[in-house]
Design a protein around this ligand. Structure first.
Ligand code: SAM
Length: 360
């Protein structure tokens, strides 16, 4: 089922299309400060790792509250910040921000990177005081190909396809937690926050997952293009975004049932809540301007989804001699039309999953 392609390498236009991610990171600033206070002063160096940091301002915003809170506790001990992400991350842009006017570089703060996958080890044993991971761990470890006609995303899958993907998602979450359990030092904290899902009896599979109407709009445009012979139906039938937005129960379950995880972590908090601003429509503020509303949604989908769509749907699925770029252009134009014609119908709803764990 999985192949060796990472699920998110090469996300495009990150800083421009990541208002929702920035909001999530900033929402947790108070929690980050509080965790640093609870960790307290350390002896040699205070070490923060931000897993799945991305290339944008949110990577700086994720660590700035930790630096500020630690400096208030201890003005002299060095601080080490490690930004951890995949090889394809735009590292140059990130370190320009880190060292620029909105960055955090200062005496006795060193900044570095860990390049790899957070489903593998990214730091030395017992070396991390505070680990954070924002809007990243809902991406599975690998691109997913399933026999899954009728939907391009996890929450609408049925039968065996749903069960296979659920197993993959659970294994990935366990793998992520196992790695962090080794890397955190005793008394350290892990804060993970990403898109989540909530129970909803009226929904397929009994859950309402973040972005459901956006993914269904993507699905309906792709299906329309397959019906017109522009995308190969067989490729579409096997295409699924490699994401899984957990419910609080799914996030908690392995921490209670896997003996090594239960021993490694104390659960401080696991919850799924609506986003504090615009939970029912990310771009509600501009709904009165349909052209702008559509532009923002298309930018949003391109931002998180283009590399996946291009590699897994447009390139292998471009039919009748058309190029993948032509198919991509037609896809985004049609998606934009959906948003212009019916503002609100395909609105992006957002629930945040937040997990706070203390390493025993
Ligand atoms: C939506 S961005 C979030 C970036 C940033 N944390 C934020 O909140 O704005 C997701 C990031 O997770 C990274 N990512 C996804 N899967 C990963 C993995 N297996 N290992 C490391 N990073 C990963 C992607 O490369 C991308 O930079």
């Amino acid at each position: 089922m999985p192949d060796e392609q990472r699920s998110t390498e090469g996300m495009v236009d990150y800083n421009r299309n990541s208002a929702m991610q920035q909001q999530l990171v900033n929402h947790h600033a108070g929690c980050i400060r509080d965790l640093v206070r609870r960790i307290g002063s350390v002896q040699r160096e205070f070490r923060v790792v931000d897993y799945g940091c991305g290339p944008g301002q949110s990577a700086v915003d994720a660590v700035a509250p930790a630096i500020e809170a630690y400096r208030a506790l201890d003005p002299v001990t060095p601080i080490s910040v490690c930004h951890a992400d995949q090889p394809g991350n735009d590292w140059n842009s990130l370190f320009e921000l880190v060292s620029g006017p909105s960055g955090y570089l200062a005496p006795f703060i060193r900044s570095g990177a860990a390049v790899g996958s957070f489903y593998d080890r990214m730091a030395a044993d017992g070396s991390v005081d505070l680990g954070t991971c924002f809007m990243a761990s809902h991406w599975l470890s690998h691109a997913v190909r399933l026999d899954a006609p009728g939907s391009v995303w996890f929450a609408d899958l049925k039968g065996k396809a749903r069960a296979d993907m659920a197993a993959l998602a659970r294994n990935d979450w366990i793998r992520f937690l196992d790695c962090r359990a080794s890397e955190l030092r005793s008394g350290g904290y892990l804060l993970v926050s990403c898109l989540g899902a909530v129970p909803d009896d009226g929904e397929i599979n009994g859950i309402a997952a973040s972005g459901r109407k956006v993914y269904r709009a993507i699905d309906s445009v792709a299906q329309e293009m397959a019906d017109e012979g522009l995308i190969d139906q067989a490729v579409l039938d096997r295409f699924v975004f490699g994401v899984w937005f957990m419910t609080a129960h799914e996030a908690r379950s392995p921490l209670e049932t896997e003996p090594e995880l239960a021993e490694a972590f104390e659960i401080e908090d696991i919850k799924v809540v609506p986003a504090p601003s615009n939970p029912s429509d990310i771009y509600a503020d501009v709904i009165g301007d349909p052209a702008e509303y559509a532009r923002l949604y298309v930018g949003y989908v391109r931002g998180f989804g283009h590399s996946t769509l291009q590699r897994q749907l447009f390139e292998p699925g471009a039919a009748n001699g058309r190029s993948a770029d032509d198919i991509a252009q037609a896809f985004y134009r049609r998606l934009g039309e959906r948003y212009t014609q019916n503002p609100g119908k395909h609105a992006g709803e957002t629930w945040y999953l937040t997990v706070v764990l203390r390493k025993r």
